[in-house]
Design a protein around this ligand. Structure first.
Ligand code: SF4
Length: 201
């Protein structure tokens, strides 16, 4: 009997000029997330109903990347939250690297051990710092959180990934200018602030 595992991937964007600094990239989006951000743009496959969201096979993604090598030089692995897949997503990333692509990881930073395991594989890492630490759980739609994991990921990324960015989406009524100043003090470097676009209107 052949057992097949459900695909990790909800979809692929075959070209983006804005998601991987300095590169023409494709982006793949994994299903599932350990956060429940009420304002999430990808909530359907991140946490609402990932099992019933359409999937794309890993083989199809690799084939697309192979065919588009002449036009692309990077892949963004985004989500959802890629760290949920641990070794499986790292194994996929190694296959993409072998095709000659540079790799960028988008993460919520809640798994510092995964980030540690990613050293040497990802050329760029972007971590969302959701809010000031006291407002983190409500921003992520959780009751409680271990903020130590977020702190650890920030320090780890600063120490080990020369190409990285920390970014925050300014959610109206939730992330204030005062919160942004606190986040800047946590990271001690430039913060990318993204304006929230409500895609439901
Ligand atoms: S961490 Fe990102 S993917 Fe996960 S729920 Fe929050 S906004 Fe959505």
């Amino acid at each position: 009997m052949i057992l097949t595992r459900p695909s990790m991937f909800a979809g692929i964007q075959v070209q983006t000029l804005i998601d991987f600094p300095g590169r023409i990239a494709a982006a793949v989006f994994v299903k599932g997330c350990n956060f429940r951000c009420p304002w999430c743009h990808n909530a359907d496959f991140a946490y609402k109903d990932p099992d019933n969201f359409p999937s794309i096979d890993e083989e199809e993604i690799l084939s697309t990347l192979e065919n588009r090598k002449a036009f692309l030089d990077g892949l963004v692995i985004s989500g959802g939250e890629p760290s949920l897949y641990g070794e499986d997503i790292l194994h996929f990333a190694k296959k993409v690297k072998a095709l000659g692509y540079a790799l960028k990881l988008d993460t919520n930073g809640y798994d510092p051990d995964f980030i540690e395991d990613s050293i040497g594989l990802f050329d760029f890492i972007a971590m969302d710092v959701k809010n000031s630490f006291e407002k983190y759980p409500e921003t992520c739609g959780l009751i409680t959180m271990d903020i130590g994991r977020i702190r650890k990921s920030i320090e780890f990324i600063k120490r080990h990934f020369s190409a990285h960015q920390f970014r925050t989406t300014k959610i109206p009524g939730l992330v204030t200018d005062e919160d942004l100043d606190k986040i800047r003090s946590y990271i001690g470097e430039e913060l990318i602030v993204q304006e929230y676009k409500n895609r439901n209107v």
